[in-house]
Design a protein around this ligand. Structure first.
Ligand SMILES: Cc1cc2nc3c(=O)[nH]c(=O)nc-3n(C[C@H](O)[C@H](O)[C@H](O)COP(=O)(O)OP(=O)(O)OC[C@H]3O[C@@H](n4cnc5c(N)ncnc54)[C@H](O)[C@@H]3O)c2cc1C
Length: 520
């Protein structure tokens, strides 16, 4: 593989010619940009209709949980900080809004801190680029709103407590992430923060806060659906605006070199940014607008066909919280009368399925391990542990798309080149990894690695649940027993041929049939 600097990548990404075929890279949001501003202005008007500011809005306190012992903000504090992590956006962010509410009430400046770590799981430069360039836009927007943005080096547990003490901050408001590493930062921050500083977590990612949707690990979409849908009238509400903050910070934030912030990460530079998905709220809005105008109407009938352009393609921005799913749901549901089936199908995916994934990761500590599977699934995989595999591939062979199956290889190439694989093929791709590796443990490890390393939306509860669903039947039921899979649901090439034009997909991504050589 060739190695490029970030700057070269950015240039390459913007200079790349658009292919004629409807690949992800050709998802065209350009033609809608002329009236993008009016689309965004209408949304801002709705916020302003909802309330003048968060101070004039009854914040639903079920969206938050107080992590610290301390519950009150000290009278002589000099600011409030929003510790931004999973939700890197300014508007439509309940955590940011709650932080502003505290700052307005206490008549103090409002700050945002993002704590950037040098390495995160299997993330490559592709994901750090998307994150950091998105943050650059957040910082610019904050500046306009008289809110200081600080980029701290190190995790929230390492960098934040001292910064809070140094600047006499009265409260830390953070967003919510059910995954192990960010929960560790939260725990570390709680331990190191001064005892008189409240630490408050707000679920700014889910529409129904994860702890309100259910107090236990749910069995499947069937068991959580009604719990979520019955609470939407309470939580699927409009947002008030985050306003220009009236209290100015007494100190300036440290200047930030954004390119250097990307360059200095310990991340694979050979996996760089992609052309079709550019970071930031404005880019997310373009994608949303193009979805509503062009793709929503075919979402229910065509979303499982990888040769069609029917999906929202919003998952990169959802993952980094650069757009709020709640905002997207509000916009999409305006089309309920016109495209009822499509709107319902989209809300099922974006709300029920997505929030089910957060539920799983929040309540199951083994969310990325076979140990997290149900007993029946663990038993059936064990019963078939010694079954003869027709092919066994190494991680390297999989990574390079060198299997005997040109459809699988094409899906892998889509992932590597475009940073996102079509949702239907993600299932096929992952199930074949189970079929073609020595153990279910290897299969799960490889699929999570590949998904986390190449996919912009990887390292997400949806990704862990997707891999667990495919490999060990999470949120699924037992099926007719067969070799290797046992009772885990099986998928095959012929099934794909019945669903869509496999040859067209293969032609598009150029996956070749590779001669099988076992490299166990
Ligand atoms: C093996 C495997 C790995 C996956 N890895 C990821 C991942 O890393 N990140 C990720 O966001 N999704 C992942 N998914 C779930 C799903 O495939 C993607 O969310 C979807 O393809 C994203 O494309 P989109 O935004 O165009 O989705 P759309 O079809 O437009 O759906 C809108 C949104 O609904 C949510 N959604 C859709 N399908 C699912 C689902 N099955 N489970 C949970 N939420 C869903 C997503 O937030 C998505 O952005 C994975 C699924 C599998 C089977």
């Amino acid at each position: 593989m060739r190695f490029f600097s970030i700057k070269t990548f950015c240039k390459m990404a913007s200079a790349a010619k658009k292919p004629k075929l409807s690949t992800l890279a050709s998802v065209n949001t350009e033609e809608t940009t002329t009236d993008l501003n009016s689309f965004m202005q209408k949304i801002q008007a709705k916020r302003e209709e909802t309330a003048e500011s968060i101070l004039h809005y009854k914040f639903n306190r079920k969206r938050l949980r107080i992590i610290s012992q301390e519950q009150t903000v000290s009278d002589n504090c000099e600011g409030i900080v929003y510790w931004m992590s999973r939700d890197s956006r300014v508007q439509d962010n309940w955590a940011f809004l709650f932080a502003q509410k505290l700052a307005l009430k206490n008549e103090v400046p409002l700050h945002v801190c993002f704590c950037l770590i040098s390495k995160y799981l299997d993330a490559s430069v592709r994901q750090f680029h998307f994150l950091v360039k998105g943050l650059e836009k957040v910082a610019a927007e904050c500046k306009k709103l008289n809110i200081s943005f600080h980029l701290l080096e190190g995790s929230g547990a390492e960098a934040l407590p001292q910064w809070v003490a140094d600047h006499k901050i009265g409260a830390v408001v953070c967003d919510f992430n059910p995954l192990r590493v960010p929960l560790g930062w939260l725990e570390g921050c709680k331990k190191k923060l001064k005892k008189d500083v409240p630490l408050i977590q707000v679920d700014a990612h889910n529409i129904v806060p994860c702890w309100e949707a259910s107090d236990k690990q749910e069995y499947s979409a069937r068991t959580i659906r009604n719990k979520i849908n019955s609470k939407l009238s309470e939580y699927l509400t409009d947002f008030p605006p985050l306003i220009k903050h009236p209290f100015t910070s007494k100190f300036e934030p440290e200047p930030i070199d954004w390119d250097e912030a990307i360059e200095s990460r310990e991340a694979d530079k050979s996996v760089g940014p992609v052309n079709w998905a550019r970071p930031g709220y404005d880019e997310a809005m373009k994608m949303l607008k193009s979805f509503i105008e062009k793709r929503l109407k075919i979402f229910s009938s065509k979303r499982n066909d990888p040769t069609q352009d029917a999906c929202s393609n919003l998952s990169p921005w959802f993952h980094f919280g650069q757009i709020s799913v709640q905002r997207v749901a509000l916009c999409v549901q305006e089309y309920k009368t016109k495209h009822t089936e499509c709107v319902n199908a989209f809300l099922e995916e974006a709300i029920v399925r997505r929030e089910l994934a957060d539920n799983f990761c929040f309540y199951c500590e083994h969310y990325d391990s076979i140990k997290g599977a149900s007993n029946w699934a663990q038993k059936t995989l064990d019963d078939h542990r010694k079954d003869k595999r027709t092919h066994i591939y190494s991680l390297e062979q999989l990574s390079k798309a060198e299997t005997h199956d040109e459809l699988w290889n094409s899906a892998q190439l889509q992932l590597v080149k475009e940073g996102k694989m079509h949702g239907f093929l993600r299932m096929y791709w992952c199930k074949k990894i189970l079929e073609w590796t020595s153990t279910p443990e290897d299969a799960l490890r490889y699929s999570i690695y590949l998904n986390d390393h190449y996919s912009i939306d990887g390292r997400d509860p949806n990704g862990y649940v997707g891999c667990m669903w495919s490999t060990c039947g999470i949120h699924d039921q037992g099926w007719a027993e067969r070799t290797v899979f046992g009772k885990i649901r099986y998928m095959n090439y012929d099934g794909c041929k019945r669903k869509f034009n496999v040859a067209a997909f293969v032609a598009r991504y150029g996956g070749k049939v590779h001669k099988y050589t076992s490299k166990k």
